[in-house]
Design a protein around this ligand. Structure first.
Ligand SMILES: *[C@@H]1O[C@H](CO)[C@@H](O)[C@H](O)[C@H]1NC(C)=O
Ligand SMILES: *[C@@H]1O[C@H](CO)[C@@H](O)[C@H](O)[C@H]1NC(C)=O
Ligand SMILES: *[C@@H]1O[C@H](CO)[C@@H](O)[C@H](O)[C@H]1NC(C)=O
Ligand SMILES: *[C@@H]1O[C@H](CO)[C@@H](O)[C@H](O)[C@H]1NC(C)=O
Ligand SMILES: *[C@@H]1O[C@H](CO)[C@@H](O)[C@H](O)[C@H]1NC(C)=O
Ligand SMILES: *[C@@H]1O[C@H](CO)[C@@H](O)[C@H](O)[C@H]1NC(C)=O
Ligand SMILES: *[C@@H]1O[C@H](CO)[C@@H](O)[C@H](O)[C@H]1NC(C)=O
Ligand SMILES: *[C@@H]1O[C@H](CO)[C@@H](O)[C@H](O)[C@H]1NC(C)=O
Ligand SMILES: *[C@@H]1O[C@H](CO)[C@@H](O)[C@H](O)[C@H]1NC(C)=O
Ligand SMILES: *[C@@H]1O[C@H](CO)[C@@H](O)[C@H](O)[C@H]1NC(C)=O
Ligand SMILES: *[C@@H]1O[C@H](CO)[C@@H](O)[C@H](O)[C@H]1NC(C)=O
Ligand SMILES: *[C@@H]1O[C@H](CO)[C@@H](O)[C@H](O)[C@H]1NC(C)=O
Length: 254
């Protein structure tokens, strides 16, 4: 009985380790700006048409398609905590919107993928749709650049890359968890792969409680494993290694 319990405990610990998301964030050396808006990138911001490189009030995201349903994102803004871009298939923030979060964890970039529902973020461990994440923190200036694969707005009428852009920010608590987001703007539904798409007016943010309550609630250690300055992916690797070790020990103690 005791033996069985230890094996089960060990397996659970290892499973938790395996599920921990590990988005590797490399260092971003460039300054996200609006110079190619309308020519090679579609840009969305609050306030409208601002330049995040020069305007500290500017919360900005730009997108570029490589010709398929994959998009490259450049996100920049000022926050003590985190900035985020969510993709909505209606014009409401919420309803399982895919949300990409760029957070300042004691001056280290943490990248989190979550679903936004009823103004609540649920961290997702499956980050296979995301790649090439880089980011930087300079005091309160936060930047993340990343690729998202296989987007599908699942609307027959529109392109697979047609979404409302939701720009938001929020607080990172001392234990590394994230506050609910403060929505700064929600754009009209626009094809993010079209360089001419942009928000021409700041829409009044409306968060919507939804009927979609069957969210995959996989909690991960991403938002809690933090330490001073070190590489975040290394920390995740280490925390997973520790968990796996614990699992093996628990089984070994039979
Ligand atoms: C962690 O990253 C490595 C390398 O990109 C990948 O092979 C592995 O599947 C990832 N693990 C998880 C749990 O996402
Ligand atoms: C603006 O961004 C472009 C890429 O989008 C980059 O090539 C350029 O160096 C940036 N400009 C500044 C001033 O950082
Ligand atoms: C960049 O932002 C500045 C300041 O808001 C604006 O004047 C300029 O038109 C923008 N450039 C592009 C290409 O959007
Ligand atoms: C777009 O990028 C993805 C991922 O790098 C790649 O698999 C795909 O072939 C690219 N598509 C085009 C049209 O370049
Ligand atoms: C989020 O943005 C609002 C509006 O600009 C600002 O008042 C607030 O301080 C920001 N919150 C964080 C945590 O950055
Ligand atoms: C949304 O959140 C509010 C406040 O936490 C709660 O009262 C409400 O029941 C939630 N609605 C749904 C559909 O989960
Ligand atoms: C950080 O921001 C300050 C101004 O806020 C700027 O002078 C400095 O060059 C920035 N550092 C980097 C590495 O971009
Ligand atoms: C998006 O999903 C719909 C419905 O599931 C499907 O018919 C369509 O082929 C998908 N489009 C892309 C680009 O994957
Ligand atoms: C940031 O550092 C402070 C002081 O070292 C610590 O108390 C806090 O928990 C850290 N925050 C996170 C999210 O790790
Ligand atoms: C974007 O707008 C320009 C000028 O109106 C137009 O020439 C171009 O065809 C448009 N591009 C797309 C992809 O719609
Ligand atoms: C929330 O979404 C539902 C269904 O999409 C819609 O009928 C309702 O008007 C929305 N509520 C708000 C406050 O936007
Ligand atoms: C969640 O989904 C299951 C089956 O997929 C269903 O039986 C259940 O009623 C759903 N729960 C809610 C709250 O929608």
């Amino acid at each position: 009985m005791d033996r069985l319990f230890r094996i089960l405990l060990g397996l659970c610990v290892m499973l938790a380790a395996a599920q921990a998301s590990n988005v590797t964030v490399s260092t971003l050396d460039t300054t996200v700006n609006n110079s190619t808006c309308g020519t090679s990138r579609a840009c969305f911001s609050d306030p409208v048409s601002c330049n995040p490189a020069t305007d500290r009030s500017c919360l900005f995201v730009s997108t570029k398609s490589n010709g398929s349903s994959n998009l490259n994102f450049e996100l920049r803004g000022e926050s003590q905590g985190y900035i985020a871009v969510a993709l909505s298939t209606d014009m409401n923030a919420g309803g399982n919107d895919k949300t990409y979060i760029c957070a300042n964890i004691n001056s280290t970039v943490l990248f989190v993928f979550a679903l936004l529902n009823n103004n609540t973020l649920t961290t997702q461990s499956d980050v296979s749709s995301i790649a090439n994440v880089s980011g930087s923190i300079n005091q309160t200036t936060i930047q993340c650049v990343f690729n998202v694969f296989g987007l599908n707005a699942t609307s027959r009428a529109n392109a697979a890359t047609t979404f409302s852009i939701v720009l938001a920010n929020g607080t990172v608590y001392a234990n590394g968890s994230l506050s609910n987001p403060t929505v700064r703007t929600v754009t009209a539904q626009l094809d993010l792969s079209n360089v001419n798409s942009t928000n021409t007016a700041t829409t009044t943010p409306s968060t919507n409680s939804t009927n979609a309550s069957n969210v995959t609630t996989t909690t991960t250690t991403t938002t809690t494993t933090t330490a001073s300055g070190a590489n975040i992916s290394l920390q995740h690797g280490l925390s997973q290694a520790v968990l796996i070790l614990l699992g093996i020990l628990a089984i070994g103690m039979m």
